[in-house]
Design a protein around this ligand. Sequence first.
Ligand code: IPD
Ligand code: CA
Ligand code: CA
Length: 275
Amino acid sequence: MNEPVVGSKSFAAVAINCASKAGEWIKTKLGNYQRLDEKMSPHDLVTEVDKGSEKLIRSLIMMNFPSHSFLGEEGVEPGPEASARALESVRDAEYLWIVDPVDGTTNFVHGFPFFVVSIALAHKGEIILGVVYDPSADELFIAEKGKGAYVHGKRMSVSGEETLRSSLVATGFPAEHRTALPRNLEQLRRIAPKVRNIRSSGSAALHLAYVAAGRLSGFWEIGLNSWDIAAGALLVQESGGAVGDIDGTPYHLGVRDVAATNGQIHGELLAELAD
Ligand code: IPD
Ligand code: CA
Ligand code: CA
């Protein structure tokens, strides 16, 4: 990975600093937020804490790397079209930071301790750094392209299940209830009897980190945005897993319908997810 100019901090050091500072601040706000708004539906929430976290991360990144581009959830209008346009406008940037300042806002609002800060850095469209920080468990997951993935300084590797039958998988229920939720429910109906069990804990980024850590055999969700997936995708790849679109396309920044697994169950999961 190209290091920044001598004298400035490394990309990874800045990302870790941003994620831990924002995460600690979010934790102090648990049960203590002031303002709750709905975005595109009553299932899509935002608080002043999401906005404050993004502001903090953005200012730290821009202070260190003023020439870099930045794509953060709270700087984009709600809805899939706006998020696709926002990604298109920056996707060719030399360095692009992709940030979800709180992934798992519904959990945060309800005091369910499963939410994270997710920060990724793409170089010419390829993710080279991913950090996911879970402040409730104080777990920081980090991957650098070609250098492996780590949690608490310990190298991660995906789990060893060879079949869906012995797998613990996770999914997310989409906030868009017209087309995405019925599709997801149909997928659930097909997959539930085939796997050991299913979880749905409400943070795509943390589910991806759990696949990387070998705590889940696989994860899928439809209708996500680049900031939900970018950091977690590199965690999974650098832990030896597979990640991409549920149609089998390998991971790229525009993937919205994601499947991530330990690699061994990937084909079987995709076959079950096929419409
Ligand atoms: C959401 C979470 C959730 C997933 C939703 C996402 P947010 O992100 O990742 O698990 O099911 O699709 O939008 O809104 O909490 O950042
Ligand atoms: Ca999110
Ligand atoms: Ca978010």
